[in-house]
Design a protein around this ligand. Structure first.
Ligand code: GLP
Length: 271
């Protein structure tokens, strides 16, 4: 895992936006996996600003969102579909036909989930999957103890997740208890993963994900098995990491290895 620690949420956003921009500038990155939640809002704002400055183009981008609440129609103010429309899609030039979403009202759940998997494969797979993380270590809506080999599926939400989502709904009883989510293995199939974590409330989850054992009790810990993951967090979310000095050193000194190697080559050639 490449763990990047930044001072605050603004610096996390700048780093993440730069990475997304760079990847989209490469032709082979076209398919994005997108998250909802409070964390990516700043990233979406930064991407919109970049788009307005002509630094990033969504004309060829294909998107697959991670999850959706069961029971909400796409126009429901709290649906993730609506969230994406308001926070990103309506502000950039992504083509509506390239936007993919799980339905909150599927007629046949199993068929719908299998169809979503098929659509991802048909699009060529997800090139860059952006993720947030739940306080309990969930990714998408893959809650603790859900299978680390899961594909897109329906899930019940934990009490903690329901409480965390309460802030978006008027009444506690309106908060959905079930959702559809890309599976852990669906996420792991992505070519590259960028996970954002900000704030003190994520410190335990970040610690378990990066330095804990790989276990279904913290679904995000499976990312330790992925060869191309960047975790970018602010100081508060990184506060419980034991090896933070190492992450900071490697982050600040990436260029040094090549300089060192060039120096050694010169030394050997000079002998
Ligand atoms: C929800 C979403 C996740 C998201 C998590 C954290 O559960 N399904 O994809 O990562 O919330 O959200 P926030 O960024 O608001 O803390």
């Amino acid at each position: 895992m490449n763990v990047v620690i930044k001072n605050d949420a603004a610096a996390v956003t700048e780093f993440a936006c730069g990475l997304v921009r760079e990847r989209l500038a490469e032709r082979r990155y076209r398919v994005l996996g997108l998250p909802t939640g409070g964390t990516p809002v700043l990233l979406y704002q930064a991407l919109i600003a970049s788009y307005r400055r002509g630094e990033v183009d969504f004309a060829e981008v294909v998107s697959f969102n991670l999850d959706e609440y069961l029971g909400l129609e796409p126009t429901h103010p709290q649906s993730y579909r609506r969230f994406m429309e308001e926070n990103l899609f309506s502000h950039v030039n992504i083509r509506p036909e390239n936007v993919h979403f799980l339905s909150g009202l599927p007629e046949d759940i199993a068929w719908h989930c299998a169809d979503y998997e098929r659509e991802i494969v048909e699009a060529g797979g997800i090139d860059l999957q952006i993720l947030g993380i739940g306080r309990d270590g969930h990714i998408g809506f893959n809650e603790p103890t859900s299978s680390l080999r899961s594909r897109t599926h329906e899930t019940a939400l934990t009490k903690q997740t329901i409480e965390d989502n309460r802030r978006f709904f008027e009444r506690a009883e309106d908060v959905p208890r079930w959702a559809l989510t890309m599976g852990v293995e669906t996420i792991m199939d992505s070519r590259e993963i960028l996970l954002l974590a900000t704030g003190r409330s994520k410190a335990d989850a970040v610690k378990a994900m990066v330095e804990g054992p790989v276990a279904a009790i913290c679904p995000a810990s499976i990312l330790q098995f992925h060869p191309a993951v960047t975790v970018v967090c602010d100081e508060a979310a990184a506060a419980k990491l034991d090896h933070d000095e190492f992450y900071r050193w490697t982050g600040d000194n990436q260029h040094r290895m090549l300089e060192f190697l060039a120096e050694q080559r010169r030394r050997v050639a000079g002998n």
